[in-house]
Ligand binder design. Structure first.
Ligand SMILES: [Ca+2]
Length: 219
């Protein structure tokens, strides 16, 4: 961690700036960690339905779900599960986006078993399409993307004949506009300047003689 030697006068404005940028960069994916679930009728207790995600399943029994049990998750207790046999199983949701705005998509993916295929799309744009994705523990994947409409479909599709893909900690965050940084830094400087001017004003009052007093008149 980098530690900056900030004076007290800078700490509050910079804290407010960081909070403003954090709010602007909030994750717009619902239940990206797959922790919010409901029971999946007819399935074992660890196979659950993830809130906020639409599932397309080419198979019976289930080839797409939230898989719970801490050993299956990258964080928390649950992860998305994709293991289509007769085609690509799918987890998707529509995101509220701003046309023309830049976003960062991040997710963690683990794979076991071949043959397989994994496809990731954002607004119909293919970000990842890989067959026979090698076995691996969770690894992070990051993409810089832009939205072209007010509603953008984020979709993960996976098939795996003898294993599965696990998906966790999906996030889409807007990239802060440069104007946000400039406006924030400008406000920090203005606040600092006002504090300095205030202190100088106070010091001047201390040295100005009281001309109305008799002592001052004698001088
Ligand atoms: Ca999780």
């Amino acid at each position: 961690m980098i530690s900056l030697p900030l004076s007290k006068g800078y700490r509050l404005p910079i804290l407010l700036l960081c909070l403003a940028i954090q709010v602007a960069s909030a994750n717009i994916v619902v239940n990206g960690g797959f922790e919010d679930t409901s029971p999946y009728p007819g399935q074992p207790s660890e196979i659950r339905i993830p809130t906020g995600w639409t599932m397309f399943d080419p198979d019976t029994p289930a080839s797409v779900a939230a898989m719970c049990g801490s050993s299956n998750a990258h964080s928390g207790n649950c992860a998305g599960f994709l293991a289509g046999i007769n085609g690509l199983a799918s987890l998707s949701q529509f995101l509220s986006t701003t046309p023309g705005e830049q976003y960062i998509l991040t997710f963690y993916l683990a794979a076991a078993g071949v043959p397989n295929e994994i496809v990731v799309t954002f607004g119909g744009t293919e970000l990842l399409n890989s067959t026979n994705f090698p076995d691996q523990p969770y690894s992070v994947h990051t993409f810089n993307i832009s939205a072209s409409s007010a509603s953008t479909k984020l979709e993960f599709q996976g098939s795996n004949l003898f294993g599965a893909f696990l998906l966790d900690d999906v996030s889409v965050t807007p990239v802060p506009e440069p104007s946000t940084w400039v406006a924030g830094l400008a406000s920090v400087l203005v606040l600092k300047l006002r504090r300095r001017q205030g202190r100088r004003g106070n010091r001047r009052e201390l040295v100005v003689p009281d001309l109305a007093s008799p002592e001052s008149a004698e001088r």
